[in-house]
Design a protein around this ligand. Sequence first.
Ligand code: R5P
Length: 285
Amino acid sequence: MIIVGGSSSQDLAKDLANILGCRYIQAASTRFPDGENYTRIDEESLEDDVVIVQNTYPDCNIIEMFLLQDAVSRLGSKSITLVIPYFGYARQDRVFKNGEPESAKILAQHLDMKCDRVITIDIHKEAVLDYFTCPHTDVKAAQAIADYVSTKGIDMVLSPDIGAAGRAKDVGTRMGVPYDHLEKTRLSGTEVKIAPATMDVKGKNVLIVDDMISTGGTIIAASAALREAGATSVSVACTHGVFVNNALERLTGSSLDAVLCCNTLETAASDISVASLFADELRKC
Ligand code: R5P
């Protein structure tokens, strides 16, 4: 097996190759003067099972993924597995308003044209993977998160909304602490309202878990509600730290005690490695 890293998640891709003891090739990626992507894998041939590690976010990485798929295929790969640490567009998984596209479906259908297997982690909507015709798996980051925070004195795990309640259960159960979910109402793209927690959080060290932090609006509102209810400390651990604009600075400068995320996207807070989870999945192939 050979791991080919695109320009995103390079640390994760290299860790993955190290754990699996297989060869790592970093694809070269530059831009033409007009901004178009130029990608090259500097090899004579790749007659092996090839794993491409590349996010579909931001948009330029989608194009790079398509180019990598074609380059790998042209070099004679026996099979192509896509490891997509952060699958962009998974939130637009259906038409919410007339005239919108099914963005996640379109993306999956295009990626599906040249791949034999797809592995994601905590994709926002798992049903998106059903648009692939090849075998697909969504790995869960819960164990990596639970292991990382196990020594931090967490008393309970909460999700900011019911949609992520399963994640809170998964992490809480693995840690052996109670779990619950908050009630979130989205007011706009950046603003949310969080109802008071039904569980008693007074004097407790609370961990909020979510699949992603984008603007940080959800977590800032959840943290404020928990502080208001008397929580002693509030930390957050998410799988994907998208952190648009200055979200990470806003979060670290807020009342949160810790901001943690996995290394699906490379940020200053990407302390939790999910490389071994992907390695375990690839060993099954
Ligand atoms: C929503 O369903 C997701 O799980 C996240 O809670 C949401 O995308 C976070 O977005 P933001 O950080 O912009 O509030």
